[in-house]
Design a protein around this ligand. Structure first.
Ligand SMILES: [Ca+2]
Ligand SMILES: [Ca+2]
Length: 468
């Protein structure tokens, strides 16, 4: 009896003590110190500081006492004056316990902000370095994933305003874009991105997404011309975002812990494999899916994989929550989860129940998004949001095409670097003629790239995704 009572009490205490993710350790070198409080390196009064932004964040949300967020800063990894790098390879060593200087992670900080040195892009000597950097990041993320009692904020590269080396700037741009748009969305070979990590894209707060160049007005040391440290202008632009993104993401994670994942399901059709009222499963029948997806069970009626996103704002930049999940699309437009193919829905563990836009992406079709936010909860199975019943189901104007009896995602995006079907896609289809692999130019998903695919690309020329 006593044992039973103790067990019940233990269970109660576990369920009532919510882990708090409100105290952050901000680890940085000199660039990070400028964002923390630029008056420590400059004679001019900074427009704001991180402590000021933290106070404003708490005041705006009424956070006081243990609910208030806070941040401590330190020069890490050190020792200061001896080691001048906090480059990615150094962070790997620190995270894996192999650092030459014996620096290790103090996991007693619930939230950990990892800021690399701006020397990172300058360390890139060849295009191959991007792959090396990706390997470093995957190693670090693997360690972070195993510490679910910590929340991590991982910064992309800091852009160097004085760097006029266009290759290097471009590589840093490519790398930072990969971190935010591929790794953090679960579309990297790493797989699903751990919910206890947020990627803070400092690079694109200051640099151009087109060519990666950062305006020199954002770089200064002592208000003299040039310099790679953040100027007052850069501080004014970025400090509030550092605080807001860090704690919005950490608190969303805090709220998601202990609660069941939010579930979503869709019904959607692809134009390419449409057979009128259903879709072709030729890729599966021909073994193309099996040769590409080697480590996950493939359902018999699978057409191809799709990716489902839920986000709490129309605009990705304003979304506090963006979660992604891969799924199998079946011949009848329904889905099954990856890798648990017994579920006809996907779950998002980092998102509390609420209203979300649902985005469906496919590797060579144009992405679509629900025309309005959909109420999503935790009870299984959820009602599938059916995109196929009418054009008005998708956001935008004519975002889909009528294929047989269903509205479907538009095919033709062979060169999936953008969300538009243009000459590049026609070239990609032409260049891949005859291919019989899991090929992005196989626009009708029958397992071979031929004239039929060229017709699809030509017919849909000029179409673009309406997903913001
Ligand atoms: Ca394209
Ligand atoms: Ca084909």
């Amino acid at each position: 009896m006593k044992k039973t009572l103790l067990f019940i009490l233990l269970c109660l205490s576990v369920h009532t003590s919510t882990a708090q993710f409100r105290k952050a350790a901000y680890w940085h070198h000199s660039v990070g110190l400028c964002f923390w409080d630029r008056s420590q390196v400059s004679n001019l009064t900074p427009p704001t500081t991180l402590p000021k932004e933290i106070a404003a964040y708490n005041a705006a949300r009424g956070y006081t006492g243990s609910a208030a967020v806070s941040m401590t800063e330190s020069y890490f990894p050190g020792p200061e004056g001896v080691v001048n790098d906090n480059n990615w390879y150094r962070w790997v060593a620190v995270f894996t316990g192999t650092d030459t200087y014996g620096q290790t992670i103090d996991y007693s900080n619930p939230v950990i902000i990892v800021k690399t040195c701006y020397l990172s892009p300058q360390g890139m000597k060849s295009i191959d370095s991007i792959e090396a950097y990706k390997t470093h990041i995957r190693s670090i993320v693997s360690v972070m994933k195993n510490h679910p009692n910590n929340f991590f904020v991982l910064w992309t590269d800091y852009p160097a305003p004085t760097d006029g080396h266009s290759d290097r700037v471009g590589w840093s741009n490519t790398f930072s874009t990969w971190m935010k748009q591929t790794l953090a969305t679960g579309n990297d070979s790493f797989g699903p991105f751990p919910p206890n990590i947020h990627v803070f894209d400092i690079f694109h707060k200051l640099a151009s997404p087109v060519d990666g160049f950062c305006d020199s007005v954002y770089g200064s040391w002592d208000e003299g011309p040039g310099g790679d440290h953040p100027s007052n202008l850069a501080v004014a632009l970025v400090d509030s975002a550092i605080v807001r993104e860090t704690f919005d993401a950490a608190i969303a994670y805090e709220e998601s812990l202990g609660s069941a994942p939010t579930l979503a399901s869709v019904k959607a059709f692809l134009q390419g494999p449409s057979l009128g009222s259903s879709m072709s499963t030729a890729l599966n029948a021909n073994g193309v899916l099996a040769s590409h997806f080697t480590s996950t069970p493939i359902p018999g009626r699978a057409v191809d994989s799709i990716n489902i996103e839920i986000r709490d704002s129309l605009l990705p930049a304003k979304a506090h929550i963006r979660q992604f999940a891969p799924a199998w699309l079946l011949a009848d437009g329904s889905i099954l989860a990856f890798p648990d193919t017994t579920k006809n829905y996907v779950g998002f563990s980092g998102a509390p129940a609420g209203s979300y836009y649902i985005v469906v992406r496919h590797r060579n079709h144009l992405a679509i998004m629900s025309s309005a936010p959909i109420s999503l909860g935790v009870s299984a199975p959820p009602t599938a949001y059916d995109f196929s019943t009418g054009q008005a189901q998708a956001y935008g104007t004519n975002a889909m095409i009528l294929a047989g009896t269903h509205y479907a995602l538009i095919s033709g995006n062979s060169s999936n670097a953008d969300d538009i079907i243009n000459a590049l896609d026609r070239v990609a289809t032409r260049n891949n003629l005859g291919a019989s692999d899991y090929n992005p130019a196989d626009l009708n998903l029958d397992g071979v790239v031929n004239a039929l695919d060229r017709v699809v690309a030509r017919n849909n020329l000029g179409q673009s995704s309406q997903v913001p």
